[in-house]
Design a protein around this ligand. Structure first.
Ligand SMILES: Nc1ncnc2c1ncn2[C@@H]1O[C@H](COP(=O)(O)OP(=O)(O)OP(=O)(O)O)[C@@H](O)[C@H]1O
Ligand SMILES: [Mg+2]
Length: 348
């Protein structure tokens, strides 16, 4: 088990600042995800923690050890950091069998052969590959290869496991079941995990804490519940879940929906122009009456719900009707919306 402390870390590639003042404390045994859109600096951050990339500035501690420091020129190489890592392209060695792949880190550590094979077999059982030891990677499915990479990262019992989009090559069903497997293995072994993904569902379901990044900058760190219900800004609200943004105007303790008499409690300390944000599941729609009048323009059938688009003063609002009957309201119908919960952000 390892605590990880990252203080004021920057990474510049020429004029590009890929990571801009990264600060994070990962507690012993915690599962933390770094979440954000493509190119926001997730892999670069993880590679600096692993030691495959040198931070331009800042300090990184793993456990009690200062492993990277721009001030006193410390740099501990990856193999001395007590980490396991699964890379974004989960390369397993094609010329080695499953057993040889997983055995390799223990060979490097000069663990005696008998113990090596015992530990490899234990690890293969853990990732449900017990009978596959003699196969070569090209005789395995993508998901099985991904599990070989996971077993290889875990076999040396690292205090810290770093995973970069480890489920990206799997189909939706397998991805979901692997989420559970990784969570279960993490809890069984009690290791600290830092997990990089652009998939919010993955981050939400597995993590104790989520770090949301955009353009190299951390936007928010919090529990999944907190970043969803109390996003720090528009970017976080937009990236995590679905949300409608509408122009508003703060007047005293109310926020007025632009062009209407409708207002909501102002739970921010903003004044003047603002953005009102409301999630689709927090809007109720009726044909008989309600606060905001609009016109149903489109609807999409999703099986367990209907996804509606409503035009309100030229703004398109998205409403999700859980378990709604697709045929009960036709396109072109006048509808009424009530917002049950709103968030207020700065207008940009
Ligand atoms: N070696 C490099 N030289 C120059 N720029 C780089 C280098 N590596 C990464 N970058 C840039 O740094 C930024 C962050 O890249 P990074 O790989 O960390 O993104 P990411 O969040 O992992 O994205 P993805 O979700 O697509 O994997 C990008 O703009 C990328 O082009
Ligand atoms: Mg990446």
């Amino acid at each position: 088990m390892s605590q990880v402390k990252i203080e004021h870390v920057y990474k510049r590639f020429g004029s590009v600042t890929a990571v801009d003042d990264f600060n994070l404390l990962v507690e012993d045994g915690e599962f933390v995800s770094i979440l954000g859109p493509s190119g926001c600096g997730k892999t670069t951050s993880l590679r600096m923690i692993a030691g495959f990339e040198k931070a331009t500035e800042g300090e990184i501690y793993i456990g009690e050890h200062l492993v990277s420091s721009s001030i006193n020129k410390t740099f501990v190489p990856p193999e001395k950091r007590d980490i396991g890592m699964v890379f974004q392209s989960y390369a397993v060695w094609p010329h080695m069998t499953v057993t040889q792949n997983v055995e390799y880190p223990l060979k490097i550590q000069k663990v005696p052969k008998e113990e090596r094979l015992k530990r490899v077999q234990e690890m293969l059982e853990l990732v449900h590959l017990g009978p596959y030891g003699e196969r070569f990677p090209n005789q395995l499915s993508g998901g099985q290869q991904q599990r070989v990479a996971l077993a290889r990262a875990l076999v040396a019992r690292p205090g810290l496991l770093l995973l970069d989009e480890p489920l990206s090559n799997l189909d939706a069903k397998l991805r979901e079941s692997m989420r559970f497997e990784i969570s279960t293995i993490q809890k069984e072994l009690g290791i600290t995990v830092i997990y990089v993904t652009h998939d919010q569902a993955e981050a939400m379901t597995m993590s104790d804490k989520v770090v949301v990044m955009s353009n190299g900058v951390i936007q928010q760190i919090g529990r999944p519940y907190d970043i969803y219900t109390k996003p720090a800004n528009k970017m976080v609200a937009d990236f995590i879940g679905l949300v409608n943004f509408l122009p508003g105007e703060v007047k005293g303790d109310r926020v007025f929906l632009e062009g209407t008499e409708h207002s909501f409690a102002n739970n921010s300390n903003l004044t003047g122009a603002a953005t009102i944000a409301v999630r689709p599941e927090n809007i109720s729609m009726s044909t008989s009456g309600g606060m905001i009048e609009g016109l149903l323009t489109h609807r999409f059938y999703l099986g367990d719900s209907v996804d509606y688009r409503i035009d309100v003063n030229g703004h398109h609002i998205r409403v999700i009707g859980k378990g709604a009957d697709f045929d009960s309201i036709q396109d072109g119908t006048k509808v009424y919306l009530d917002f049950e919960r709103t968030m207020i952000f700065e207008r940009d």
